[in-house]
Write a protein of this length. Structure first.
Length: 139
C-alpha cells in the first residue's frame, strides 16, 4: 500500500537509484573493492536512497519546503565536507547547486529563508555523518 503513495514510490525510486549507483561503481571501479566496502555502500545506499527518494517526492508534492531542506542540506553538507576534507574545485559546483535548489523550490521569501536555514542545519548535522562514514571506510 505504501509503495502506491507518491512518497512510497519516491522511497522505492531513491533506493533503486542508489543501489544502481553502487552496482555501477562495483562494475566500473578501476580499484579492487573489498567486501566491507560493498557492504557499507549497500547499507548506506539503502538508507540514503530512502531519505533522498522521500525528500524528492516531498518537493514535488505537499511538503515542498521540508523536501527542499533535506535535499539541499544533503548536497550542501557533502559539498562542505568535500571542500574541507577532500579538496578539489568540483565541491564548489555542488555547493552552488545546493544554493540554487532553495530559491528554485520555494515560492516566497519567508519560505526561502526558512528552507535556507534548515538546509544549513541539515548540512551541519550531516558533516559529522560524512566524517564518520569516511572513518568507517578508511579504518
Amino acid at each position: 500500500m505504501a509503495a502506491r503513495s507518491p512518497h512510497g514510490r519516491g522511497v522505492a525510486v531513491g533506493v533503486a537509484s542508489m543501489l544502481a549507483l553502487v552496482l555501477v561503481w562495483i562494475l566500473l571501479s578501476p580499484n579492487v573493492i573489498t567486501v566491507r566496502e560493498v557492504l557499507v555502500f549497500v547499507l548506506v545506499g539503502l538508507g540514503a536512497g530512502a531519505v533522498c527518494g522521500a525528500a524528492g517526492a516531498a518537493v514535488g508534492r505537499d511538503r515542498r519546503v521540508s523536501g527542499t531542506v533535506v535535499v539541499a542540506g544533503i548536497v550542501l553538507g557533502e559539498a562542505v565536507y568535500g571542500t574541507v576534507v577532500v579538496g578539489g574545485p568540483h565541491w564548489f559546483v555542488e555547493a552552488a547547486l545546493a544554493g540554487i535548489l532553495v530559491p528554485a523550490c520555494c515560492r516566497t521569501a519567508a519560505t526561502r529563508v526558512r528552507a535556507g536555514l534548515g538546509a544549513a542545519a541539515v548540512a551541519g548535522a550531516l558533516f559529522g555523518a560524512y566524517w564518520a562514514y569516511d572513518a568507517v571506510l578508511t579504518t
